[in-house]
Design a protein around this ligand. Structure first.
Ligand code: AMP
Length: 394
């Protein structure tokens, strides 16, 4: 497959069109815009990527260790292990381009797939974001602010690292932590023995406890030509480590904060020669931004973009990885999103509100599981109260 820009139009030329003397007609170029997109992971992010790509004519194949409820009926799923090279190769051969919807895809699998088909975002982004020490070292070396941090691989190193960073501090596993899992707060040296055991005696990172005023995230997209589009900053509130509410655009931002967020995400995307959507989670420390972590994928804090932006984060990820120019990231409305976690709330009153959108992921109910989200456009305290009441009524 070759992608060319001819007279300002993107033309995708498939192998069977590359025959000597064969002309490519306009109708062929239009029909071949549709690509076979492979997604590693079969969760709700994959579902929403496919829902955004389907109107553009794309078809989707998911690869995961088990069939995902969220992607049932939306595309084909290949079930296989991430180290099963034979299955991965068969998957790759069914795709024109491959992406991923969770950042714990083993790097080796992504690198292997990249020898067969283009994989976006680049596997190097996975490698960096999977290890909190590498991630923080990488962003610090770009001159961007992170909490002070120290690595620790043994109990003695943990004591030394905490003494260096100071108490209270946050201790996290270097790998595989999410939604606040795999982390603990240390208030003194005495707590370290217990924390070392609780965190599985695994390689750790110790971070200074940042006294932030709020948590923000910035989502950007970069296409194959290096064009970058940055969504408005989102203000995120968590409950028990899980995202609960996102308001986008975040209120009360100064031009300096906006500029700083834009510069942070552009610097990171350029350094990685990134293609696709990237999310940077940030702490707002009285207007100064400090990077908490990177997610090399579409993000929960961007879900409102489906209903509130000209082009959603999902559409722009698909556009970026299929070499189509990015859509506008301009907000159409102010929006608030609430996650539906665990069990389904009564939704009748929520749906009676004129400007709410409910998105359910076809996932069965289970404690702590994200099974859907509600977006309300142009919310008022009264309309938000109805959503909060419904969520509390479970
Ligand atoms: P993480 O898994 O790194 O995103 O952390 C989960 C949550 O813990 C964040 O959303 C913050 O609320 C909190 N947190 C993480 N790191 C720090 C830190 N260095 N200082 C203060 N709070 C933190």
């Amino acid at each position: 497959m070759i992608m060319l820009e001819i007279k300002g139009k993107w033309v995708i030329i498939m192998g069977d069109m590359l025959q000597p003397g064969k002309c490519i007609t306009t109708s062929q170029t239009i029909s071949t815009l549709a690509m076979r997109i492979g997604i590693l992971g079969a969760g709700q992010l994959g579902r929403m990527l496919a829902q955004a790509g389907e109107p553009l004519g794309h078809t989707f194949t998911f690869y995961d260790v088990a069939p995902g409820e969220a992607t049932t009926g939306i595309g084909k799923t290949i079930v296989g292990g991430f180290s099963d090279l034979e299955k991965l190769e068969a998957f790759a051969r069914e795709c024109d381009v491959i992406t991923y919807e969770f950042e714990n895809v083993p790097c080796e699998s992504a690198q292997f797939l990249a020898t067969i088909r283009p994989v976006y975002p680049p596997p190097s982004a996975l490698e960096i974001s999977q290890d909190r020490v590498r991630e923080k070292t990488f962003v610090s070396e770009l001159g961007l602010a992170t909490p002070q941090f120290e690595p620790a691989s043994t109990k003695d190193e943990l004591i030394k690292a905490c003494d260096t960073v100071g108490y209270p501090c946050i201790i996290k596993t270097r790998r595989l932590g999410y939604d606040g899992k795999g982390q603990a707060r240390a208030t003194d040296r005495e707590s370290l023995e217990r924390i070392w055991e609780e965190l599985g005696e695994a390689p750790l990172i110790v971070e200074a406890l940042v006294s932030f005023s709020r948590e923000l995230s910035v989502i950007g997209a970069r296409d194959t030509k290096g064009t970058i589009a940055v969504y408005p900053l989102a203000h995120n509130t968590h409950v028990q480590g899980i995202l609960h509410r996102t308001e986008i655009p975040a209120p009360s931002l100064t031009p300096a904060t906006l500029e700083s967020a834009q510069s942070i995400i552009s610097t990171i995307m350029e350094a990685l020669d990134y293609v696709g959507v990237l999310t940077v989670e940030l702490f707002d420390v009285e207007g100064t931004l400090c990077i908490n972590e990177l997610a090399p994928r579409v993000h929960n804090s961007g879900h409102a973009s489906i209903d509130s932006m000209k082009a959603s984060q999902f559409e722009n990820h698909i556009r970026a990885i299929t070499s189509i120019p990015l859509g506008s990231v301009e907000p159409l409305d102010r929006a608030v999103m609430y996650n539906i976690v665990g069990t389904l709330p009564p939704l009748r009153k929520v749906l009676e509100l004129p400007r709410t959108k409910v998105h359910l992921y076809n996932k069965s109910e289970r404690a702590g599981r994200k099974i859907g989200h509600i977006t309300i456009l142009d919310p008022t305290p009264e309309s938000e109260a109805i959503i909060i009441e419904a969520l509390a009524a479970r």
